[in-house]
Design a protein around this ligand. Structure first.
Ligand code: BES
Ligand code: ZN
Length: 878
């Protein structure tokens, strides 16, 4: 097999031929679906005449091909495993083809495939070429008419993009529906669903008074899990009208829930397809965090109708154009309808633990990559989360009003077009009247920038000087000396020794108590005047840029910030820094073989938090959570897996013991009898109560475990049940944990989404017996390696969240994951390339683990690899 080749952004050329209109006909059959296509094509006005026509096609059996109705001779076209090339075509012509495909054999879940009793599609980024021969690239936009034919009994519901225009009966118990989508779209937004589905229906009247029908299609047993998503959809539609002036454009908007799906959900025009885990929710089966995830994803896919569909990407290098912007939009939406500070804390946590790790690892890449082997590998935290941070910085730099003007300009100027990141940024620059030339570097430069800040107080002059230096570490293909300074907003304030905000005077100008300074250069100095006493700076408020901030805070200063900073995010962040320092101290003690101690400053801060009435319980709950093992590891020079785990456990337990009565009181105070609602007030209360229960159980006290057991048995809602079950199952008290796990598994055996949670709880157990449990559960009837949700719940949760056991020194954790990766490489290359990620993060581990991990990667490399896995493994072993 030839080595897969990389594709480069600099080689971009517009397609030689465009498609204006497509008519598709699907005759559905498990193993032999017939797809007929009629494409109205013409030469691209900017490309020369006489070029060959190149169409993509994978795993298709061609049974007919004609131009202008004239069947082609074998010599007139060339076929290989990925392409159909016709040497000569007219300037304008109609191409008709017919192919046969095998949806039932499609385990990659790209193109047309079977899921449960349904047929469904996933075309982004390059799945459409598994359906028919087509110029499957986003800069080719066409209108689509789609006829779906299927068995009336087995496939009563036949859906595609746009509006239904015709339907009827056919011989042999078959029927058809024809759909017409009037908006030109790239092929990646095509969708088809067929099956035995039921719907819930609702309506939304747009600002201009159009009545849109909203439908959520599910299998019958899931009808009682659709209400929340429908509400979320209506909230999102309203929000996009208010926040961005964007109205929905078709008369019908459909969502379908499918069980087998590689990602969370997909924004196909008028027919969003969702992983059932990203849309189905009800209180008995769904935890608070998943309600919020459903709300965010429903909004995200809906928002793509403008940021992605109406204005789409020229090529896949521009992916962040739609994904970064749309993530920013869904984050803003969730912040507006829930608790804004908590949403920010959660988003930053994901960015700092997962995206920073990606940026520091072997697959680090710019938000707009310069080359790729397999584009599916670039739906990454960098493109999504860092991409969203870039848009957030633009909003910070321009201010809300000019940012909105920039968005308006972008949508109106580029409506109906396939465009580039430059088009978005220049709209912002034009509407905002700011120079964003240097800002563009954010899209080109990989790696997490580091800001090193120092403060110098001159008491006599009453001047405080902030010296800020920035640099970006080397990443693969981008040595440190080629990294350039970035343009970024640094939001900050100054506190005095009592925690009061100091009025800011910068360059003779009053700036209130909170200001934004802009960095462009490698070094800056900001001179604050009229500063009456030595201040404590509160830096990078709201996490105003996706950087690592270094400032030599002492613990007293951090405690001051936790207690008094006016910025909620920085109060939380100061608490995290303090907790990190306390854990790091415990790590050093454990490594030196001495008894660790609980840092008194941390204890003091926790005591303060628990004794001070708070008006934001949700933020308080976040403040009481210690940084995760993954985050701690990200901050270590060399990662000591076991010491991190032990130290974090030690600090948790010590806090639990020292503050037991307070945690007990917090637990009691946040019990509630009111019926469950996923409202943010209730979510905050439950979160606080369960955090308290966690500290109580960490003491190992029997009484605490009985509280958990009681909460489990009370069975009020899945949030409380799962929190309690996790504490029981992860404790050493087998006599309590085992029966609870068993009872839960039996009770929910019929519900795949609950079984996913059941799997994840068991495989994240910290005790060393867990490996056998993972292997055992892989043979459980509810597990299937073909179902991505199951793989994520069992293998993903184990490898990412059970660090001590994944990194066992006998290498068994690595071996297990590699075994699964090898099997998935054949079945589902996309999931294989995602699930292997933790095996590639070995750079800062000890030599022994590094060589064990490399050995597993080398074992994987000896297989005939998919493009997806080839690219990741080559980079990891480079
Ligand atoms: N367009 C993507 C879905 C997608 C990505 C399909 C890659 C195929 C390949 C969709 O809009 C998306 O980004 N979904 C996210 C959820 C979102 C809330 C970030 C997902 O599926 O995880
Ligand atoms: Zn998206």
């Amino acid at each position: 097999m030839a080595e897969p080749q990389a594709i480069h952004l600099k080689d971009y050329l517009p397609p030689a031929y465009l498609v204006d209109d497509v008519a598709l006909k699907f005759d559905l059959d498990d193993h032999a679906t017939r797809v007929s296509a009629r494409l109205k094509m013409r030469r691209h006005p900017q490309r020369e005449a006489g070029l060959p026509l190149e169409l993509f096609g994978t795993a298709l059996r061609l049974t007919h091909i004609a131009i202008e109705g004239q069947p082609l001779d074998e010599g007139e076209y060339r076929l290989d495993a990925e392409r159909l090339v016709i040497a000569k075509v007219p300037e304008r012509f109609e191409l008709t083809t017919e192919v046969i495909i095998d949806p039932a054999a499609n385990t990659a879940l790209e193109g047309l495939y079977r899921s449960s009793s349904m047929f469904c599609t996933q075309c982004e980024p390059e799945g459409f070429r598994r359906i028919t021969y087509y110029p499957d690239r986003p800069d080719v936009m066409a209108t689509f008419t789609t006829t779906v034919i299927g068995d009336r009994e087995r496939l009563p519901v036949l859906l595609s993009n746009g509006n239904p225009i015709e339907s009827g009966e056919l011989p042999n118990g078959r029927h058809f529906v024809t759909w017409r989508d009037p908006f030109p779209k790239p092929s990646y937004l095509f969708a088809l669903v067929a099956g035995t589905l039921e719907k819930v229906e609702d309506h939304f009247t747009t600002v201009s008074g159009r009545r849109v029908t909203l439908q959520i299609w599910v299998e019958r047993e899931n009808l009682d899990k659709t209400e929340f998503a429908m509400g979320a959809l209506k909230r999102a539609m309203k929000w996009d009208e208010e926040a961005y002036g964007r109205e929905y454009d078709l008369d019908l908007f459909m969502i379908v829930a499918v069980n087998d799906f590689n990602m969370g959900a997909m924004e196909n025009k008028g027919l969003n397809i969702f992983n059932s885990s990203a849309v189905l929710a009800n209180p008995a089966t769904t935890v608070d965090a998943n309600f919020q995830r459903v709300e965010g994803i429903v909004a995200h896919e809906y928002f793509h109708n403008w940021s992605g569909n109406r204005v789409t990407c020229r090529d896949w290098f521009q992916l962040a154009l739609k994904e970064g912007f749309t993530v920013f939009r869904d984050q803003s939406f969730s912040a507006d309808v829930n608790s804004a500070p908590v949403k920010r804390i959660e988003d930053v946590s994901v960015l700092r633990t997962m995206q920073f790790a990606e940026d520091a690892g072997p697959t680090a890449h710019p938000v707009r990559p310069e080359s790729f082997i397999e584009i599916s590998n670039f739906y990454t935290l960098t493109v999504y989360e860092k991409g969203a941070e870039i848009v957030r910085m633009l909003r910070q730099l321009l201010g809300a009003e000019r940012f909105r003007a920039g968005a308006d300009l972008y949508f109106s100027r580029f409506d109906g077009q396939a465009v580039r990141v430059e088009d978005f940024v220049s709209s912002m620059s034009e509407a905002g009247d700011v120079d964003l030339t240097r800002f563009m570097r954010w899209y080109a430069q990989a790696g997490t920038p580091v800001l090193e800040v120092e403060g110098e107080y001159d008491a006599e002059a009453q001047v405080y000087r902030l010296k800020v230096r920035q640099h970006t570490p080397a990443t693969p293909g981008q040595p440190a000396e080629r990294k350039l300074p970035l343009h970024l907003p640094l939001r900050l304030g100054l506190l005095d020794a009592d925690g009061a905000a100091i009025p800011l005077w910068l360059d003779g100008e009053s700036r209130g108590t909170d200001t934004v300074v802009e960095l462009f250069e490698a070094e800056h100095e900001f001179r604050f005047e009229r500063v009456p006493s030595a201040p404590v700076p509160s830096l990078l408020r709201g996490f105003s840029a996706p950087v690592k901030l270094r400032f030599p805070y002492d613990r007293g200063q951090l405690a001051l910030l936790v207690k008094y900073d006016e910025d909620g995010f920085n109060r939380w962040d100061a608490g995290q820094r303090l907790a990190l320092a306390a854990i790091e101290e415990a790590i050093l003690a454990l490594q030196a073989g001495v008894e660790p101690r609980l840092d008194p400053t941390l204890l003091d801060v926790f005591t303060h938090l628990l004794d001070t009435p708070s008006d934001d319980l949700a933020v308080l709950a976040e403040m009481l959570k210690l940084p995760s093992e993954a985050y701690i590891a990200g901050e270590q020079e060399t990662i000591d897996i076991d010491a991190i785990h032990q130290a974090r456990r030690f600090v948790t337990r010590a806090l639990g013991e020292a503050l037991e009565p307070r945690f007990r009181a917090l637990f009691e105070a946040n019990q509630s009898e009111v019926p469950y609602a996923p409202s943010f007030e209730q979510i905050a209360q439950r979160s606080l109560k369960n955090v308290a229960l966690g500290y109580l159980c960490a003491t190992g006290g029997e009484e605490a475990l009985h509280l958990a057991q009681h909460q489990f048995e009370q069975d009020r809602n899945m949030t409380d049940v799962r929190a309690a079950l996790t504490l029981l199952a992860h404790s050493d008290a087998h006599q309590l944990g085992d029966p609870a796990v068993k009872a839960f598994g039996e009770r929910w055996a019929h519900d795949p989404l609950v079984m996913d949670q059941w799997f994840a709880i068991q495989v994240t157990r910290p005790q060393p017996d867990v490996l056998d449990r993972v292997r055992f559960l892989m043979r459980h009837p509810a597990f299937s390696i073909k179902n991505p949700n199951k793989v994520r719940a069992l293998i993903g949760a184990f490898a990412n969240l059970n660090r001590v056991n994944f990194h066992r020194l006998d290498g068994e954790g690595y071996r297990l994951v590699a075994d699964v990766v090898i099997e998935l490489n054949r079945l589902n290359p996309d999931i294989a390339a995602r699930i292997v990620t933790p095996l590639t993060h070995f750079q800062r581990l000890d030599a022994e683990r590094q060589s064990l991990m490399r050995a597993e990667l080398e074992r994987i490399r000896r297989e005939p690899l998919s493009r997806n896995l080839f690219e990741v493994i080559e980079k990891a072993l480079a």
